[in-house]
Design a protein around this ligand. Sequence first.
Ligand code: HEC
Ligand code: HEC
Length: 212
Amino acid sequence: MKIKQLTALVFGVLLTGLVSCEYQTIVPYDVIVPETPVDFSTQIEPIFTQLDCVSCHTGSFEPNFTVGKAYASLVSKNLFDTANPSNSKLILQINSGHNTTVNMTAVQKALILRWITEGAKGVVPPVSFKTEVEPLFAAVGCVQCHSGSQIPDLRVGKAFASLTSNNFVIANNSDGSKLIQYIKAGHNTAPSLTAAQKALITKWIMEGIKNN
Ligand code: HEC
Ligand code: HEC
């Protein structure tokens, strides 16, 4: 998280504390700006276990927050409203201070709200290197220069080996990956990568740089 975002977040939390004594209100979701869309399995579902929602919600009544079941249960009980996210039953229940042994943090609330705002997507399939990432290097013109003599070799069939053997990508660490650093710096691209394309490459790195 960048310093600016962190400052905004801390400020938001302080402000929340000042304006509301009775209930903790939601921090606007845009105080945290993850580079990739919020992911249900890794960012949302674990919250329900961490906060012990599962001490009650494990099947005898809905929503069932057991890992692997939470998404289907939230859908079947209609507990989120993507057209009006802050009016979602899940959000209203959380804001009412409902039965929590451990209080939800402002960041967790903001993540859940953001997840709903982004369309409340369930388990998103992993990015495919071969069909989604590799073709981008030709599409945006990287291969005009990176086609053999200039590493990384970004041609189809060569890109994975060249990126990994030269350590231009580090699994699960997009900020530490030279590929992302160069892309962020706006390095030499004729038509530049769109935000969605950058997010795709970032997600591929955060998923462990698979040759899939
Ligand atoms: C001590 C037991 C207990 C814990 C812990 C608990 N709940 Fe609940 N929850 C209930 C009960 C009982 C109901 C049904 C009655 C009601 O609405 O209060 C319920 C209802 C709900 C509903 C509304 C379901 C509907 O169909 O309208 C949501 C959403 C919910 N809980 C979310 C949570 C979340 C999120 C947590 C953890 C932060 C949590 N609960 C922790 C007991 C619990
Ligand atoms: C106009 C030619 C040109 C284009 C187009 C180009 N690059 Fe480069 N790239 C270079 C040159 C020259 C270097 C070596 C000098 C440097 O590090 O800036 C380089 C270096 C790099 C490096 C670091 C290599 C090292 O040895 O440290 C990466 C990663 C990289 N480019 C990725 C890309 C990507 C991804 C694209 C497309 C989005 C791209 N480049 C487009 C010319 C280009």
